[in-house]
Design a protein around this ligand. Sequence first.
Ligand code: BG6
Length: 490
Amino acid sequence: MVIFGANGDLTKRKLIPALYRLAYERRLPPGFAVIGNSRTAMSHDDYREKMKQAVQDFSEDTPFDETLWGDFASGLFYEAGDIADYACYAAIKVRLDEVESARQTGGNVLFYLSTQPDQYGPVVARLGAHGMHRGNGWRRVVIEKPFGHDLESARQLDRDVHEVFAEDDVYRIDHYLGKETVQNILAFRFGNGIFEPLWNRRYISHVQITAAESIGVEDRAPYYEKAGALRDMIQNHLLQIMATIAMEPPAVFEAHAVRDERAKLLRSIRILKPGEVASHAVAGQYGPGRVGGAQFLGFREEKKANPESNIDTYAAATFFVDNWRWAKVPFYIRTGKRMAKRITDIAIHYNDAPHSPFNAAGMEESVWGTRPNLLILRVQPEEGISLRFLSKQPGSGMKLRPVSMDFKYGSSFGVRSPAAYETLLLDALTGDATLYTRQDMVEASWQAVTPILEEWSNRKFVFPNYEAGSWGPAEADEMLAQRGHAWRTP
Ligand code: BG6
């Protein structure tokens, strides 16, 4: 595996810890090797030391084993070089040949692009120019998100990548698809006979997808200033979750079949007309406030942030899927930094019973205000599924109260769930693209957010409009209230 951007945050926090975990589980072949590239001058040993520290810092639930690390590190190499410079590729090529014969890799190479996104196209072109896209074994390329900055740049990037690699060798990563709980949505929906009959507009009032983060933008203000929450989370991760919730059942669980259904769903998302954006999407930016007892700065005061920034650190949108299953069912999606807590979940709100024979006065006020039947799929943390329904409260009289049936991964399986990057890296190495996105999916999700992005880029917002530690701006509550709905507090 060749990692471009090998000294970056993603490599340290996710990639190397995931590979170490795979090594720990003996799921990598003995000859497996990594060649890291970045600009910083470093020896192989310096790089190994750095990555050892990364594993110790970020592989929280994997015991650190010196002997195993020694074996793993003997396959770690480092080639300093500027990716804009042709000599860099020549050096990596020589190293690849050496590794191939010394470690008997069979010539299979996975290139992983974790550089600045504007470098994806140029790096692929240079791999092609050096003939590195062909070899004795297979050659594949993994491209980190964001895949493009908008629809047009995503199309251009795709053309650039296809100049060199065939579609079957291109792996566009969206790490949310690798999360166990997101994969489990498919098992839950299509492995059971009892939920799917109720999974449509006749029984479902609306769906809420929440991805709240308590962290701020950390050191990423410059990236964030160009991206914003809508691009950073909704265009990719959350629309993919929505597709997983709403897609039709594939006939077989196989890459083409699953991706065809996801793509079909994404293409059915109604595209907003310019005049509809204001009532269907809300942008927010955090001001100062308290999260979990600590006081935090507002976004505009963060390190390297623009003090007059107009960018969204919170985004909420209402989407509709124009097909028979989902006609008129709103899908509300929201995400934000510095919110009350870190939680990602999906709440399926069912319609009320058509007629309640129970006296409204016998129910708690709060029950009337919410739909009693709610299915919650918790992606993180405390992964699990809960079904809420009304039950008779013990005692005299017919008083009803909501209760829930809970499934928790931790207690049901008693084993650790693999991190998304472990699953996805192993899939790319074994050539399984089921959990990777495809170009038609990427384009359809860009299409769905384009009207919002366009309108927001021309608008001057009155920011900040939500306090750090809150659940987002009041306008987002109004967006749901127009349809008689309300955000639940996860
Ligand atoms: C990344 C975004 O894709 O996903 C980050 O760029 C975000 O801004 C992250 O924090 C969230 O991922 P996770 O797995 O921690 O929910």
